[in-house]
Design a protein around this ligand. Structure first.
Ligand code: NDP
Length: 304
């Protein structure tokens, strides 16, 4: 039986793994994707993680993973299908096997939200994308649309403006809600056209994206713009379905816990973007990872 199983290997999960390895706990990390790093991998430049300015999300993710591996942390690539978190012995079932552990840290992270408009699903991979870092390099000289108005949308627009001919930033609100420094950089790019107050109605194209249709939220005027790619950047949603009805969550599926990362189930902790909190950043995810291991150690010491 493991002392601790960490599910997810983004910044929160990997920080927990590093702290747990240094505490000499018998641990396992289960990560469903071969390349771990969670949402971090979608950041083309990270400039707010101290000591690593101008690093790509991918590079930082790999550095965190290498750090954990250097401490002999075992990381398996398996998808968790089911968990039984009740009692002293918690059971994790994956597509490959069943694991038993005394404590669990949930670090499954978030996934991009969908627009749910016609054409989005049909043209996925044929011009519709949720990751500028992954698909931006295929957009050399193209006209593209980025949908959203937060940090991700503006970061993506800035990144794509270096590759594409024109970037249309279509935001629902009149004002962007991204960080001021990002908005300032946006204003300095000649090939980014911000069109505010727009709701996307559909994405059109035969076998590949050709246009995006939208309407103005004040005048209700409909229009379309020709684009070759559409990047949907409208926020994220927590990947917590696998523990639904086992731990206490809010209405959006974020798991309720304070800074100690303790959930309502003894021996189960939650870290990173899936925890209820005000600020979701790499640095706050890492802080959770450290705090959760301290809480897990208290729990283990009280039981053994
Ligand atoms: P946010 O939740 O911050 O913003 C979502 C944006 O999408 C809003 O502008 C919202 O519009 C818009 N939106 C939501 N639904 C729709 C819809 N159906 N149609 C059109 N527009 C829609 O999400 P982000 O992905 O930008 O960021 C997620 C988290 O990650 C944040 O905490 C952010 O700070 C963080 N992040 C941090 C970065 C960094 O530190 N370097 C980089 C990127 C993200 P409206 O304003 O009208 O509600």
């Amino acid at each position: 039986m493991y002392d601790l199983i960490i599910i997810g290997a983004g910044p929160a999960g990997l920080t927990a793994a590093i702290y747990a390895a240094r505490a000499c706990l018998n641990i396992l990390v289960i990560e469903e994707n071969f390349v771990s790093g969670g949402q971090l991998l979608n950041n083309y430049k990270v400039n707010n993680y101290p000591g690593f300015y101008d690093v790509s999300g991918m590079e930082l993710g790999y550095k965190m993973r290498d750090h954990a591996l250097s401490l002999d942390v075992p990381i398996v690539t398996e998808r968790v299908l089911e968990m039984n978190l009740e009692g002293r012995s918690k059971v994790i079932m994956t597509e490959r096997g069943t694991y038993e552990t005394q404590t669990v840290i949930l670090a499954t992270g978030c996934e991009p939200k969908k627009l749910y408009v016609p054409g989005e699903e049909e043209l996925l991979g044929q011009g519709v994308s949720y990751s500028a870092v992954c698909d931006g390099p295929y957009c050399q000289g193209a006209d593209v649309a980025v949908i959203g108005g937060g940090d991700s949308a503006v970061t993506n627009a800035l990144y794509l403006s270096k590759i594409c001919k024109t970037v249309y930033l279509l935001s629902r609100a009149k004002r962007l809600r991204a960080m001021p420094i990002l908005c300032r950089q946006l204003a300095e790019r000649d090939n980014i056209i911000h069109i505010p107050n727009q709701l996307t109605d559909s994405i059109a194209g035969d076998n590949h994206v050709g246009a995006v249709w939208m309407h103005d939220l004040t005048t209700m005027e409909k229009k379309s713009i020709h684009v070759d790619h559409v990047f949907v950047s409208i926020g994220v949603t927590p990947k917590t379905d696998v523990v639904r009805r086992q731990v206490y969550m809010d209405d959006e599926g974020y798991i309720r816990a304070g800074e100690d990362c303790c959930t309502t189930v003894p021996g189960v902790f939650v870290v990173g973007d899936i925890r209820t909190k005000k600020l979701r950043q790499i640095v706050t995810a890492c802080a959770d990872g450290a705090n959760a291991v301290v809480s897990a150690r208290y729990y283990l010491e009280s039981k053994n």
